[in-house]
Each structure stands twice: as C-alpha cells, then as structure tokens.
Design a protein around this ligand. Sequence first.
Ligand code: 8X3
Length: 261
Amino acid sequence: MVANNSPYPTHTPKCVMITGATGGFGQAFARRFAALGCTLILHGRNEEKLNSLVRDLGIKAHTVIFDLCDKAQTNQAMDIIAHDFPQIDLLINNAGGALGLDKFQDAAEDDFENMIEMNNTSLLRITRKILPNMVTNKSGHIMNIGSMAGNWPYPSGNVYCAVKAFVHQFSLALRSDLVGTNVRVTNIEPGIAETSFSMARFKGDEDKAKAVYAGTTALTAEDIAETAIWAACLPEHVNVNTIEVMPTQQSFSALHIERYG
Ligand code: 8X3
C-alpha cells in the first residue's frame, strides 16, 4: 500500500490486469496501481481511449483490445495474455455494467442478454484463462467488481441485480475451489457511484444520467479504488471475501406493500 507509518505488513502485486480500464472505476484502479509501480495490463474496447489513458498514466502499460461479448475475440486475446504474462498477481474483473432501467416485462431482450454476457459470461471466460497460472504459481488474486445491487433488489434493477448476485455467489464459490492454492478472491460491491455507469445504463441520455446523482453525494471511483488497493495490499494470508460500500447518503428502503382501494 502507499507508504505510511503503519507497522502492519503489506503485499504489493507486481503485475495487475484490469478489464474495462477506460471506465470510471477502471481508470481509478489503473492510476492507483500505476502509482504503486505495478506492471499494468489494461483491457478496453476502444483503442483510442485506452491509448489516451496510457499516455495520461505516463507509464508503459500493455493494452489489450477486445469486445467482451465476443467469445472468439476474448479467448484469443486471453490465450496470448496468459502465455505472455504467466505471473499476473491481480486480475480486476471490472468490466460490466447496466443497460436500461425498465420493468422486466418491458425490458429489451438485447439488453438483458448483453448484461449477462458482459457481467457474467465474459468474467468467467477471462478468469478461466488467468487462473491456472495463479494456481501453478501458488499466488494470485481475483478481484471482481460486483455491486450492492447483487444483494439488495430495487425496482427495475431485475437483470442487473441478478447478474451482480451471480458475481457475488460465484466469487464465494470460487474461494471454495481455490482452497489450498493460496489464490485470493474478493468481490467489491459498490452502491451508487458517480461514473459513466448511468450514461451507459441510459444509453447516452445525459439528463437521465445526471438526475441519478443530483442532490446527493455519491461514491467516487477513487473511493472504490481505495478499497481495491486495501484488499489487494493486505498480506497474502488475508482474504477479504466481500466488501459492500455505499455512500453515507444511501441506505435501505422499506419493503413495498401493495394496498387496495
Ligand atoms: C451500481 C450500483 O446502486 O447504481 O452497481 O445500482 S447502483
């Protein structure tokens, strides 16, 4: 972790792969892990954005471009990464997101299929390619970026809540498979965070996206990067299973009860 006066031991990952690196969380992770001196492998879909992030970081980083929803592209790119970087210490499965905020009875089929593909199927594919090396190395950390939506349903969250619940349970179950390998698994579950998340959810509708964050203090990408750094830099014998983080201004609502008349 960043130098401080704590006598507590820390562990610094040397090589970190971040998916969805050009998004809000991804950029914040890239900045913080670059500042720790880590070698970065940054995934994105947009080459120009990825190159501009690398220029901003001012470090040499390996970039990998593929569409998460494309099985062949993903597998081909990840085979190369697994071969060229046999010692990835930390994989941050950050790519994903929400598409639409409609009642399921009105939701677009493409949206829910893409959400499952982006948040679940691709996470499995990418993890499956990187994990065998970690197991062989007896060292590594899979860090998934879930959501509090995986724990707490909300109206019109339907498929987004479900895909993040998948990430939550998959992360825990993966820990069971990895016992004895020294490989760690963490799921970070943010609440409302002001990033490009809502622009993507509302497909570029700026007014709708801004309204999500109006009149409150949401989490920032930096808040989540701080939790990621904390969990990653704990000594290797410490595994943080799940971190759920909400802004102080967000809380729970009462269950809805339909009243007649
Ligand atoms: C995003 C959290 O509250 O916007 O993963 O659904 S929320």
